[in-house]
Design a protein around this ligand. Sequence first.
Ligand SMILES: Nc1nc2c(c(=O)[nH]1)N[C@H]1C(S)=C(S)[C@@H](COP(=O)(O)OP(=O)(O)OC[C@H]3O[C@@H](n4cnc5c(=O)[nH]c(N)nc54)[C@H](O)[C@@H]3O)O[C@H]1N2
Ligand SMILES: Nc1nc2c(c(=O)[nH]1)N[C@H]1C(S)=C(S)[C@@H](COP(=O)(O)OP(=O)(O)OC[C@H]3O[C@@H](n4cnc5c(=O)[nH]c(N)nc54)[C@H](O)[C@@H]3O)O[C@H]1N2
Ligand SMILES: [Mo]
Length: 757
Amino acid sequence: MIVETDGDRALRSTGALDTGHENSLQSAVPDQVHSKARVQFPMARKGFLASPDAPQGVRGEDEYVRISWDEALQLIHQQHQRIRMTYGVASIFAGSYGWRSNGVLHKAATLLQRYMSLAGGYTGHLGDYSTGAAQVIMPYVVGSNEVYQQQTSWPLVLEHSDVVVLWSANPLNTLKIAWNASDEQGVKFFEQLKNSGKTVIAIDPMRSETVDFFGENAQWIAPNMGTDVALMLGIAHTLVKHGWHDTEFLARCTCGYDKFAAYLTGESDGQPKNAEWAAKICGVPVQTIEYLAQVFSRNRTMLMSGWGMQRQQYGEQKHWMLVTLAAMLGQIGTPGGGFGLSYHFANGGNPTRRAAVLGSMQGTVANGSDAVEKIPVARIVEALENPGGEYQHNGLEKVFPDIRMLWWAGGGNFTHHQDTNRLINAWQKPELVVISECFWTAAAKHADIVLPITTSFERNDLTMTGDYSNQHLVPMKQVVSPQGEARDDLAVFARLSALWEEGGDARFTEGKTELQWLEEFYDIARKRGAAQQVELPEFNQFWEANQLIEMPESEKNAGFIRFADFREDPQAHPLKTPSGKIEIYSERIASFGYADCPPHPTWLAPDEWQGNAQPGQLQLLSSHPAHRLHSQLNYSALRDKYAIAGREPLTLHPKDAAERGIADGDLVRVWNARGQVLVGALVTDGIKQGVVCIHEGAWPDLNNDKLCKNGAVNVLTLDIPTSRLANGCAANSSLVWAEKYLGPVPVITAFDPPASS
Ligand SMILES: Nc1nc2c(c(=O)[nH]1)N[C@H]1C(S)=C(S)[C@@H](COP(=O)(O)OP(=O)(O)OC[C@H]3O[C@@H](n4cnc5c(=O)[nH]c(N)nc54)[C@H](O)[C@@H]3O)O[C@H]1N2
Ligand SMILES: Nc1nc2c(c(=O)[nH]1)N[C@H]1C(S)=C(S)[C@@H](COP(=O)(O)OP(=O)(O)OC[C@H]3O[C@@H](n4cnc5c(=O)[nH]c(N)nc54)[C@H](O)[C@@H]3O)O[C@H]1N2
Ligand SMILES: [Mo]
């Protein structure tokens, strides 16, 4: 990004890479840095300050008091020591999950863990909210996670694929970000695809930004939410019916197909999973299912899948069945055929460069401790509710630790976690909650101590673009001074390390300043680059120049085909599965005996879905927002691009709107037994009837009636695991009611700092 400044304030920002596609998220820096929602000073909750050993009051209802940095850090240090001594290492939760800000040095959660590793360990987390189900099931099926791996290269897709299927994927929107900086190349490839005349099919209950982008060049097929496994089974059955499946590939490269086939034909349970059966469940007509089977099997077909459909109850089944379908089509390992689970994320498929890759900050100090315990990331509330409780995870018997202290740095857990009201109750349990934040998020407003942190524009850092491509090495020079009393996470944890033990700060920082760290990470890149004949200038020269460096292309990588070696010779290049082949039936998963994760892909009806909705209930989709990164920038002027009647939009079908007397632009109350939110109606035929969408990421803002004035979707979502295999986030599995809102119109207070004295 390029930021213009007058030395004091950030004035304007734009993307540094000219792609011809505006990325709205790159335009909001001035709003971000100078927002009135910034935390200006260290603050403590009144009821906590009154008796820190035995905090009083209710988190979320209390006033805040300004304190000095010294007071804040002393208080944290004393309580951290007390709690660790009294309840043991596992009582300290530092599994702080979240997207933080970009950069190889100022990584908030990593720095928190580094401090905790010096202090003797902590409870951390397993997995993530993004691909909770897919990343656990895929290793059983193909021996690798697939969701965070380089994809068959785009040039090959453009050359060889005839059909590209976007299954639960909205790349136009989700490619705006990457875990590193975005290399911004993905949309260009989708543009070439659009202009190529190839068949593009989008399978999504919502007509996404991507479907709109393709316009007449894509077919949009809208299944009921959560029913993709049934749809895929219907397609698979049709393949078998016509003998269109690739028996040679199945025999040579997969194992367990026969057991799955018995289920598919109904031999094992009496129910053939034919197109008629599937159509009733997924709401896609029989002819369309047959058409898909025909088109997929007669053409070179790439199934590009996003992740929204696995962020659901039984999410594990989705990509297992997708891979099974791809195996039946027999095109895995061909240029342009098979499946890919990361074309919509981080510009997967943009070929990897010959690159000088930066080093980065590590979460453990020398001779430090690691996490002593890890809980599946999306089970945090269950853990708080049920200390000592036994649970299953991925074939293991586990026990929830007794968490007494929680620290979040770089994550927005009050927006990212499901069932906010349940979270707020569980959140009262710990003895100390610390939040390191740039903004007064809902989590900050439910903390005991809030520490004001710099944004990435107030400090120096480095990054690569492209999680897979390593296309550029980028300087991230400080733009403005720290706002208010904000400090870097690095400085905060170095100071706390000094309080923890003599010389702790030197142990934490290894005696290096910010710029010395950056020089070290840069020198690692220089060495790595040299091994690939990529030369970088000296650090000082690079830093002075303040220009990104583009890495050279690699012809070899531009020809990368996922699973090509395996396809050619499965014996010589086995997968890392027990059989070395694609496992359509998994003996290992069978051995766990989980009813919620059977040993081959299976249609399981969710607890809350269209099939058991009461009259008037709608399925709730919470896809990722176009003009935010989750909760980040919710306060910014980008809001004008999406707000309806000043609120978070509720996308709903004209028939669903008419049945409820709701018109476009009306205020709507959406509720279920878990909570209620206020939103603005966006009435459009761009969504499947019976499904409504509220994008994830609006900040919770509950009034006295527990009505969320700001439309935070997780007030409504169900907090259950995908299954006991992965324990992933299952946000997209909820039913809601909706009605036109006629009550007094409350003012949004989400972005106001809390009351203080
Ligand atoms: N209903 C529903 N819920 C979902 C999802 C969904 O699809 N539906 N998606 C899930 C997914 S995939 C994800 S990844 C999560 C995302 O959840 P998060 O990653 O937690 O979301 P962010 O809003 O990016 O939160 C990052 C926070 O870090 C703060 N921050 C930024 N930089 C710094 C820094 O340098 N230091 C410190 N201390 N703080 C910083 C920001 O101000 C912000 O509050 O949400 C999940 N929740
Ligand atoms: N602009 C922007 N980009 C982002 C993010 C962001 O917050 N903002 N977040 C980033 C992060 S952390 C992640 S994990 C990724 C998320 O990437 P994804 O998980 O792929 O994104 P989602 O928007 O949750 O879902 C993608 C599509 O799946 C559809 N979908 C949902 N349920 C179903 C279903 O049951 N069946 C079918 N067929 N389709 C379904 C949704 O309508 C949506 O269009 O995006 C990343 N990119
Ligand atoms: Mo994510």
